[in-house]
Ligand binder design. Structure first.
Ligand SMILES: *Cc1c(COP(=O)(O)O)cnc(C)c1O
Length: 403
C-alpha cells in the first residue's frame, strides 16, 4: 500500500528517474494521446507529430482500421509460436515478396533483429568459401545489438562495449574506390542504407548503388539494403532504393519501423538468386514472437492501406511540398535541405544545434527528430494532408532558432 501511495503522488518524471533505465535523453514532453498526424500532451497542448515515432506510424495515430484490425485479430488469435503455420504471416510474406522480388521472408521483432538476420545470412553464405567480412559505411546506423553496433559506422554507439563482433569495415559513404580497395578474400557482403537516416538523411547516389551491384556481382558478394527507415513507402516507393536506382535488385533487404504502424515487427527478405532464400534452413535461425498473427495482421493492413490510398504518391507530393516550401523560404537558419519523399533532413547553419532546434520547434507545436549535431529530421505519416503540411511549414519557419 505504501508503494502505491508513493506512485500516485509521483510525477511521470519521478517515475522515469527512479524506475526506467536512463538509456535515452528523453524530451520533457509527456504524450497523452494521438490522432492522425497529431498528438496531445496532458495539458491538452497539440503537436503535429513529424517524428511519427521515428518513421514508424506511417498511417498516423489511432487509425481506425488499424485499431479495428488489432482488436479483431486479438479476439481471434494473438500468438502461436513459429512451430505452427498461421495465415497472416504467410500473407504478409507474400505481400513483401510481391513488393521486393522473388525470394522469401523471415519475421522478427525489430530493426536490429532484422539486420542481425541479414548478417547471419551473409555469414552462412560466406561459410562455404571461408568468407565472413561485411563492408558497411561511415555515418550508418544498423541497430543496438552487438552485431548492430559492430556494423554501425558511428563510434559513439560502440564505446564501452568491446570486444565487438569482428568482420566489419566502415568506408566513406558514396566512395566506390574505397569499396573496391576494401574487397578482399574474406569479403562476403556489402550492407548499407540507401538513405542514411540516423546519420542525417544522406541519400546514396544512384550510380553508387549501381556500382555496388556490379562489384557484388564481380566478386560474388551479397548486396544488402537496410531499409528499416527508408523502406515501405517512406521515400515515395515501396522500396527506398527504387527511388534512386530502380534498375537494380539487392540480395537482401531488412525492414522494421514503418512496417506495422507501431506494433513491433521486423523482417528481412532474401532473394531467390543463388538459392539465398533457402540458405537458413530448419534450426538455423528463429525467434519466438516473430511474425505472430497479431503483428502480421497489422502489417498486412498497413501495406493494404498504403496501396489503396495511394500513399506512395502522397509521400512524393507532400515531400515535395515540404522541401519546396523550406527551400523557397530562404530561411537564414537553414543551410541545406535533403529530401527523398517524406524523409527530409534540414541541415542547420553553424551556430544552431539540432537539439536546440528540435526543442524550439516542439515549443511551437511541431515534433521533429535530431540526427547528429546539425540535422533535424522530418518524418511525418505517409497520409499527412496538404493542409497539415502547410501548417507544419508555418510552424517550422516561425520557430526555427536564429544563429
Ligand atoms: C531504427 C533503425 C535500425 C534499428 O531498428 P530498431 O527497431 O530500433 O532495432 C536499424 N537500421 C536503421 C536504418 C534504422 O533506422
Amino acid at each position: 500500500m505504501g508503494n502505491l501511495a508513493v506512485q500516485i503522488m509521483s510525477t511521470l518524471s519521478d517515475l522515469y528517474s527512479e524506475f526506467v533505465m536512463p538509456t535515452y535523453g528523453r524530451f520533457d514532453l509527456e504524450i497523452a494521446r494521438g490522432a492522425g498526424s497529431r498528438v496531445w500532451d496532458f495539458d491538452g497542448k497539440e503537436y503535429l507529430d513529424y517524428g511519427a515515432g521515428i518513421a514508424v506510424c506511417s498511417l498516423g495515430h489511432a487509425h481506425p482500421e488499424i485499431t479495428e484490425t488489432i482488436a479483431k485479430q486479438a479476439a481471434t488469435l494473438i500468438h502461436t509460436s513459429n512451430l505452427y503455420k498461421t495465415q497472416p504471416q504467410a500473407l504478409l510474406a507474400q505481400r513483401l515478396v510481391g513488393i521486393t522480388g522473388p525470394g522469401k521472408v523471415f519475421f522478427g521483432n525489430s530493426g536490429a533483429e532484422a539486420n542481425e538476420g541479414l548478417i547471419k545470412l551473409t555469414r552462412k553464405f560466406g561459410s562455404e568459401t571461408g568468407r565472413y567480412e561485411i563492408l558497411t559505411f561511415l555515418g550508418s546506423f544498423h541497430g543496438r545489438t552487438m552485431a548492430g553496433i559492430s556494423a554501425t559506422g558511428q563510434e559513439k554507439v560502440k564505446k564501452g562495449f568491446a570486444p565487438l563482433l569482428e568482420g566489419f569495415q566502415h568506408l566513406p559513404f558514396g566512395d566506390i574506390k574505397a569499396v573496391k580497395a576494401a574487397i578482399g578474400p574474406k569479403t562476403a557482403g556489402i550492407l548499407l542504407e540507401p538513405v542514411q537516416g540516423e546519420g542525417g538523411i544522406h541519400i546514396a547516389a544512384a550510380d553508387f548503388l549501381r556500382q555496388l551491384r556490379q562489384l557484388a556481382d564481380e566478386h560474388n558478394l551479397l548486396l544488402l539494403f537496410d531499409e528499416i527507415q527508408c523502406g515501405l513507402g517512406r521515400t515515395g516507393e515501396w522500396c527506398g532504393w527504387r527511388s534512386l536506382a530502380p534498375d537494380i535488385q539487392p540480395d537482401g533487404v531488412s525492414w522494421a519501423k514503418g512496417i506495422a504502424n507501431g506494433v513491433p515487427l521486423g523482417a528481412f527478405w532474401a532473394s531467390s538468386n543463388r538459392g539465398l532464400c533457402d540458405l537458413l534452413g530448419p534450426g538455423t535461425h528463429g525467434t519466438t514472437y516473430g511474425g505472430n498473427p497479431l503483428v502480421s495482421a497489422v502489417g498486412n493492413k498497413v501495406l493494404e492501406i498504403i496501396e489503396r490510398d495511394n500513399l506512395l504518391d502522397n509521400a512524393k507530393a507532400r515531400g515535395a511540398q515540404l522541401r519546396d516550401g523550406l527551400l523557397a523560404a530562404n530561411h537564414p537558419s537553414i543551410d541545406t535541405v535533403r529530401a527523398l519523399g517524406l524523409m527530409l533532413g534540414i541541415e542547420l547553419v553553424p551556430g544552431i544545434t539540432a537539439i536546440d532546434t528540435v526543442k524550439a520547434l516542439m515549443a511551437g507545436g511541431l515534433l521533429t527528430i535530431p540526427a547528429g549535431e546539425k540535422v533535424v529530421r522530418l518524418l511525418p505519416p505517409l497520409n499527412v494532408t496538404p493542409e497539415d503540411t502547410a501548417e507544419s511549414l508555418d510552424r517550422i519557419l516561425k520557430n526555427l532558432p536564429k544563429a
